[in-house]
Design a protein around this ligand. Structure first.
Ligand code: CP
Length: 329
């Protein structure tokens, strides 16, 4: 994988949370915290990315990730291009490489990339010029690092330290990049217990989650501090594998009766988009303990923190004296 950090340990790209250490994750969360305002309003504008250009390249659908990257970049003072891939020259057969080169020739500083195929953000990070940064905005079922960061920020703001927490992730874990990235961040931050509750046929290889405990639904919810529901990812399944919605809800839907097993102050999370009354009931999605909309707000702050960090690295590298640059080699 392309290195995410430079030789001084500074964030250069954000491709995965798997190799980020606790200090780096906490510093991004701390910075994101400073952008948040008490009433939940959008963060104040800064000029940290003035004169920079951020390009959204989403080869898969998105509402919240794409919109929040765009808002975050604008709040930092950047110019933003959001390429409509369906009407771009990709539709005329232009290769991904030529698309990147074309946009790079317009002085793009950050590409925000979402793709259905694993490896694409890393591939792009390996071919862009040294002053360009790649941010992974969702990669097949394997990585969604900014979602992982906004999830742990949301948990930290409600629950404080992670060491005594039981976090239950419930649903289609096999196809979920959120379960992987959020799970990795939770483990790095020292979560007390990570419980994974997956219906039959939607469980991942346990080797992918060596520090998690796989449980049934009732055991997973019992006294949990945090319950996160996941969407059934139909777009990653063959038609014959897609569960019947009513049957899924009956067997695995988060209902008030099932949530009563969790602690009274357990927060309810969902990365969105939700399939209401499939993986989560209307009542639970909209209950007072639901922090689902807060997760979205926190996404803007997290993405500001990440973009500010990579641009600070690139600025520092560009302004290094030749002597210092030589010493580094
Ligand atoms: N959570 C998430 O990635 O949502 P979108 O697909 O709407 O970006």
């Amino acid at each position: 994988m392309t290195a995410q950090l430079d030789s001084l340990g500074r964030l250069r790209h954000l491709l995965s949370l798997e190799t980020l250490d606790r200090q780096m994750i906490e510093s991004l969360l701390d910075r994101a915290d400073t952008f948040l305002r008490p009433g939940g309003e959008l963060p104040a504008r800064t000029s940290a990315l003035e004169g920079r250009t951020v390009t959204n390249l989403f080869f898969e659908p998105s509402t919240r990730t794409r919109a929040s990257f765009e808002l975050a970049a604008k709040r930092l003072g950047a110019d933003v291009l959001s390429l409509d891939v369906s009407t771009s020259s990709r539709a005329k057969g232009e290769s991904l490489l030529d698309t990147i080169r074309t946009l790079q020739a317009m002085s793009v500083d950050i590409f925000v990339v979402r793709d259905a195929q694993a490896g694409v953000p890393d591939y792009i990070a390996g071919l862009v010029e040294p002053h360009v940064s790649i941010l992974n905005a969702g990669e097949s079922h394997v990585n969604h690092p900014t979602q992982g960061l906004l999830d742990v920020l949301t948990i930290r703001r409600h629950k404080g330290a992670f060491g005594n927490l039981a976090v239950a992730i419930v649903g289609d874990i096999q196809h979920s990049r959120v379960a992987r990235s959020t799970g990795q961040a939770l483990v790095t931050l020292g979560v007390g217990e990570l419980r994974l509750v997956a219906p039959e046929g939607l469980a991942p290889d346990p080797a992918e989650f060596p520090q998690a405990r796989f449980t049934g639904l009732e055991e997973g919810l019992q006294d949990a501090d945090v319950v996160m529901a996941l969407r059934v990812q139909k777009e990653r399944m063959a038609a014959s594998e897609i569960p019947d919605a009513a049957d899924y809800f009956r067997r695995f839907g988060l209902t008030p009766e099932r949530m009563a097993l969790a602690r009274d102050d357990a927060i309810v999370m969902h990365p969105g988009p939700m399939n209401r009354n499939v993986e989560i009931s209307d009542v639970v999605a909209d209950c007072p303990n639901s922090v689902i909309e807060e997760q979205v707000t926190h996404g803007v702050a997290v993405r500001m923190a990440v973009m500010e960090a990579v641009m600070a690295t690139i600025h520092a590298e560009a302004t290094m004296t030749p002597v210092a640059a030589g010493e580094r080699r």
